[in-house]
Structures are given as C-alpha cells and as structure tokens.
Design a protein around this ligand. Structure first.
Ligand code: OGA
Ligand code: CA
Ligand code: FE2
Length: 462
C-alpha cells in the first residue's frame, strides 16, 4: 500500500520535473574578461553587490572577493569535517608500467639525434609514477646515484643508457616521493559534498548561474562540490582540471552508459570535461598557498620556463615565477575557463593557458572548494545527461518530501518530553568536540562552530 503510494508519487514528480531543453539556440555563455583589471558588478538576491575583477584574459580568469560569506565558508568546512569520506591524494601506485617501460627508449629520447641523451632528453623518457613529479633538476641525482654516466660527461651514450635498471628507476621515484613531499604532484586530502543535500550548498548553484549566466540545467548537472584541505607543505603542482578533446566520452556523464558513479571506470574510455572552474577559498592562509597560473596570458612563458629549468609546474620551487599568482582570502572565489569555445559557441578544446596549481602552504592550513562546471563536448549527449539528472532530482525530491511527511507525522504522535532538547544539545556539542579532535589544524573559533547549529541565521545571510 505504502510503496504503491511512493511509486505513484515518484512517477508524478518525474513527469512534472522533466523539462526538455531545446537543442537549437543552445550555446554556452562565457563571461567577457575585457582586459586585465576590468571590473563588473554582480547583484545577489540578498541585496549584496559583488565585484568581478579580471585577472587574466587568456584564459579568462576572474576574482570575486566576498563571494561567500564567512558563515558559508565555515559551514562548508563544517560539513566537510563531518564527512567520513575523506581521501588522501598521496601515492596511489596505479600506473601502466608496461607503457612507461615502452616509452623508456634511447632512440625515442634522443630528440636532436646526436647519439647522446642530455638531462632534458632523459627526463622526457623517464618513467612516471602516478602523482609523482620528477623534475629535470632531479635527474643528475638519479644518474650519479647508480653511476650510470660512466665517462662523467653529463650525457648518456646508448651503452650507458642500456645499463639503467628500469625497476631501480621506479623504486627511486617511489622513495623520492616518500622522502620529499615536493615530488608528490598533489599533497592534500579531499571530500565530496552533494550540492542538493543542503540549503547552503544549493544556494551556491543559484549564485553560479547568476555569475556565469550558464543555463540552470548545465549548473544542475555539474559535479558535486569538492572540498580540499592542505597542511603545511601541501600543494598541487601544475595541472589541468580538464582533459584534451579526443575520442573518449566525458566521465561525468558515464551514467548514460549505465555506469554508476560509485563503480570503477575505464580511463581508456573516459576523460574529464570541466568547462569552467569556480574555486572558493574557505579560510585565510597564514602564509603561502597561492593559486598559480604559470602561463596565463602567455607573454613571457618561454623565458620563464627556461629560467625554471623547464619545470614551471613545480610550484614548490617556482610559485613566484608564474605569470599570475592569486592570494587566498576567506570568501574569495576565482573563476576561469578550462576550455575554448568551438565555432558553434559550444565547448571546444582544452585551453593550454588554463594550466595552474596551488603553491606550498608555508604557515597555517588551507581549505578550498572546487565547484566544477562540467559540460559534455558532445552537445546531444550533454542534453541527454541534463535530462537524466533532472529526472533523478525529481525522484530525490519526491523521496525527501515523503520522508519529511512521515517524520512530521511521527513527531505529532510522539509525546513531547521536556528532556529531549537539552539532550540533543549535549549530543551536538559532543559531535563538535569529536570533529575538533579529528581536525586539530582547524582554526574555527568555538563560537562560529557552535553558531552553525542555528540554521536560521545562515538563511538570513543568503
Ligand atoms: C585544484 C586546484 C588550486 C589551489 O584543486 O584543482 O587547482 O589553489 N587547486 O588549491
Ligand atoms: Ca641527444
Ligand atoms: Fe585545479
């Protein structure tokens, strides 16, 4: 009886909420950067006015101070801390060793055909381990450690190269990553929060629609919110948030192929398709932790790359060599586009200038959240995916409403006991103490943390 009622409710909701998006005249808006330093204003529903400042034109990068209120920042950190699903992005050994071994070839490496491998040529063919950053500056150490350069002329002949034990190379990289965290590409921990699970998170989606002018359906079908925390020495070396256009399908819409989000997926078949990144700084970092765009606006990149020994993405050593360095500040948002537009005004190829990363935390901790706007490069597939997500949301909403009704009924039936409220408060206090213990580096003032229990004033701030 009950389940039949739920089914009917679900069906009804599905029909109510499915809005088919007209595929014609469907293009992707893109904020015009105009010129560096240009300012545009943005009005929020709450009456607050924000300034969108252009930091770079190529790719368009914008900075918006006070995009999030302090309370919203603390709330997101609080939700993240309460989650048990944190993952660390340190050494996860999965790597296609055979592919790396095939690449490790003298002829392939000798780009200038002079029958020697200089350090840059050797670095290019050196095997990589997942999440490892080996720089050209590291190469002499490897060569000297195992005495591969017999004649000591700082370049390898074919015979010298043949003496290299590939397994020792893998081991050397692994040890380096363990010994020196600078050799780890991403040193942070992160957790995903569902945008639809909470009023504050839901309101962030509305704000992104106002900011980017993207259709609501695009924002609604984007990824969950990723919250990341860096400790001292934590960083994220140069990387792209998205991948180059190729035959692979977009990863975020794999549900269309019947693959559940929780299931493992085949990296040969799928790639990331993150049209834009909106990154939030959730706290003030005492020192370091800047976001660097080494090649933004291009201009002097080649000279800088040479000066940096070719490792402009090594942000532990070359943060300040980047063309653009953004200082973290609580509540500030940074928006940039990872993809170019194609001739139809839809997602084009990856923008090579969107290369970026997070510099070392020198003092304090750093909390950020990534609000990635995923758009399928295949427009038809994108539309199918938006519709699928809209259907799912309808089902979720129906379930939530049903549960809420059940709860309300149960509440009515329950004989109210005077004791319940103090007990609940005690429990919440205990939970907060527990969170503080598990996140020692967290600098939330007690008052703000406790204040979050009172959801009403969060609503007032929005
Ligand atoms: C990321 C990223 C930069 C930063 O998480 O993808 O680029 O400043 N972060 O933390
Ligand atoms: Ca050579
Ligand atoms: Fe990134």
């Amino acid at each position: 009886m009950e389940s039949r009622f739920v089914n009917a409710l679900l069906l009804l909701t599905v029909f109510t909420f499915v809005h088919l998006i007209n595929s014609e005249d469907f293009h992707l808006p893109r904020l015009n950067p105009v010129s560096i330093g240009h300012e545009q204003t943005m009005h929020l529903e709450s009456g607050r006015t924000l300034t969108i400042k252009t930091l770079a034109v190529n790719p368009p990068i914008f900075e918006i101070e006070d995009y999030l209120t302090n309370i919203e920042c603390d709330h997101i950190i609080y939700l993240a801390m309460a989650s048990s699903k944190w993952t660390e992005s340190t050494i996860k050994g999965k790597v296609d060793k055979d592919k790396e071994i095939r690449k490790f070839n003298f002829t392939k490496g000798d780009k200038n055909n002079d029958n020697f491998l200089d350090p840059l040529e050797l670095w290019n063919v050196m095997p990589r381990l997942q999440n490892s950053l080996i720089t050209i500056e590291d190469i002499p150490e490897f060569v000297q450690l195992y005495n591969y350069d017999v004649d000591g002329d700082e370049k390898l002949t074919n015979e010298e190269f043949d003496r290299i034990d590939i397994n020792l190379a893998f081991q050397w990289i692994e040890n380096k990553m363990k010994k020196d965290k600078k050799n780890v590409v991403r040193l942070s921990k992160q957790v995903w929060l569902k945008h639809d699970s909470d009023e504050v998170l839901r309101s962030l989606k509305t704000r992104v629609v106002s900011l980017t002018r993207l259709p609501k359906g695009v924002v609604d079908s984007s990824e969950q919110l990723q919250v990341a925390q860096y400790d001292i020495g934590g960083h994220y070396h140069g990387h792209f948030d998205t991948l180059k256009l190729d035959k692979r399908q977009c990863l975020h819409s794999r549900e269309l192929d019947g693959i559940k989000l929780t299931e493992p997926y085949d990296a040969v078949k799928y790639r990331l398709c993150r049209y834009a990144t909106l990154m939030y700084y959730l706290n003030d970092v005492d020192e370091g932790g800047e976001t660097a765009f080494p090649v933004a606006d291009n201009a002097t990149v080649s000279e800088k790359v040479i000066r940096a020994g070719g490792n402009i993405g090594d942000l532990s050593n070359h943060c300040k060599d980047a063309n653009l360095v953004v200082k973290p500040k609580k509540g500030k948002a940074v928006l940039w586009y990872n993809h170019l537009h194609n001739k139809d005004g839809w997602v084009g190829d990856k923008d090579p200038y969107s290369y970026h990363g997070g510099c070392d935390i020198v003092k304090g901790v750093k909390w950020i959240a990534n609000h990635w706007i995923t758009v399928d490069t295949d427009q038809q597939r994108h539309i199918r995916f938006m519709n699928l997500r809209e259907k799912r949301r309808g089902v979720e909403r129906a379930k939530q409403e049903y549960n809420q009704k059940q709860e309300e009924q149960a509440m009515k039936q329950q004989v109210s006991s005077q004791d319940t409220q103090p007990q609940q408060q005690k429990l919440q206090k205990k939970q907060h103490q527990h969170l503080r213990k598990n996140h020692k580096n967290q600098h939330l003032p007690q008052s703000e943390l406790i204040g979050l229990e009172d959801k009403s004033y969060i609503r007032n701030e929005l």
